[in-house]
Ligand binder design. Structure first.
Ligand SMILES: Nc1ncnc2c1ncn2[C@@H]1O[C@H](COP(=O)(O)OP(=O)(O)OP(=O)(O)O)[C@@H](O)[C@H]1O
Length: 372
């Protein structure tokens, strides 16, 4: 039976690291555990799955009917083995059994699974993950993304009560990520399976999950709806989580122009226009990630331009990349940094200097896949 809720109350002390987290999760939508590298995300997953034993506390799951199962309880001396917890665990470099073909990998899990789940049949997994063209290839003929899809299918066919995704896209290039993200996105609706995603990539978290636990140094920093939890925290604190090739901003939806299909967002008192591709509502707080290659720079306010987002800012610093035709500029928007990557030629031609007033140009279209 699928876990509907999970109650975590755990303590673990190692020589150089302590984890102390209490949190209840419910799985109407996938849950994210988000934090910087080394914050304790994987350790937490290992304790949920039974691969690591906490020093103290309890871990309990309850199903749709409210029937509770104790997975771990120090006081009651309960510590269920991983297979009894029925956990599906997908790592970043999931491997196939090399001596078996992709279809044999799937059938192996299907046959061994003793649990029932009418939605999770071999056929439905093959169809929903679009695996049919891969089944007769050899493991060696599969790309990284294709291998990850078969491994995901095999994990699903073990019919887990809870699916743990530990940085499933880390290590894949952008093209492969784009290939796999839609499959991860539809897992919950296709298979009604509870999911915890561990990630330090805000883009993945915003796209795939409904609620997020943010941790740092083994402690909870915040928990709430994914769309809201990031904006509750001071921006500068969040900047440490963003990948170095992008900047993170938070804003509030001010207006939706239905005819033009654009949402107007207030970010630090500036106006940004996003394509209304997502179900945004007025007054909703959202997090927006802006990749540095999507930010251009003008030294005077551009007229008659297709750029919908023209933001006044100040050059904070810049650096030429030694072995490439590009340079990186850090702009200051009301005290918050916005990174831009432009060509070395533009950087020199514009005559950029620290302290100079400029305009950041961001195409609305660039928000399509990289923001919310
Ligand atoms: N078995 C262990 N013994 C001692 N220390 C450990 C053990 N397992 C984890 N740690 C420590 O716990 C800390 C958190 O590690 P963990 O892998 O959980 O972080 P993470 O947030 O998943 O990081 P990353 O995103 O880089 O994978 C690290 O400092 C690590 O050294």
């Amino acid at each position: 039976m699928s876990a509907n809720r999970l109650y975590l109350d755990i303590e673990k002390k190692w020589e150089n690291f302590n984890i102390e987290i209490s949190q209840e999760f419910s799985f109407e939508a996938p849950v994210a555990i988000f934090g910087a590298s080394g914050s304790g995300k994987s350790s937490l997953l290992r304790m949920i799955s039974g691969l690591e034993t906490p020093d103290n506390g309890s871990i309990r799951s309850s199903d749709g009917r409210g029937i509770e199962t104790v997975w771990y309880d120090r006081k009651q001396k309960i510590d269920e083995a991983t297979h009894k917890r029925q956990i599906g665990y997908l790592f970043q470099d999931g491997r196939l059994f090399p001596h078996l073909s992709p279809i044999e990998n799937l059938k192996y899990a299907d046959k061994r699974s003793k649990h029932q789940n009418s939605q999770l049949s071999l056929d439905s997994v093959i169809e929903n993950l679009n695996l049919s063209s891969l089944l007769d290839k050899t493991s060696r003929e599969l790309s990284g993304g294709e291998t990850q899809r078969i491994v995901l299918g095999r994990t699903l066919l073990s019919r887990p009560s809870l699916l743990l995704l530990d940085e499933p896209l880390t290590g894949l290039d952008r093209e492969r990520k784009t290939e796999i993200l839609p499959y991860l996105e539809s897992l919950q609706s296709n298979f009604s399976i509870p999911i915890i995603l561990v990630s330090h990539d805000i883009e993945e978290v915003l796209r795939l999950t409904g609620s997020t636990l943010i941790i740092s140094e083994g402690r909870k920093i915040a928990f709430g709806k994914t769309q809201e939890v990031f904006v509750e925290k001071p921006l500068e604190h969040l900047q440490i989580f963003t990948q170095s090739d992008s900047s993170l901003f938070v804003g509030v939806v001010k207006n939706i122009d239905k005819e033009m299909m654009l949402a107007e967002i207030d970010v630090l008192g500036q106006q940004l226009f996003l394509p209304q591709r997502f179900p945004l509502k007025v007054d909703q707080k959202i997090a927006i990630k802006i990749r540095m290659q999507d930010v251009g720079i003008a030294t005077i306010y551009p007229q008659n331009t297709s750029f919908k987002n023209i933001i006044p800012c100040v050059v904070r610093s810049f650096e030429l990349e030694e072995t490439s035709p590009f340079g990186e500029v850090v702009l200051d928007v009301n005290g918050h940094s916005l990174k831009s990557r432009i060509t070395r030629a533009s950087l020199i031609n514009l005559g950029l200097k620290a302290g100079m007033n400029v305009f950041a140009l961001i195409k609305s279209a660039s928000f399509q896949d990289h923001s919310i």
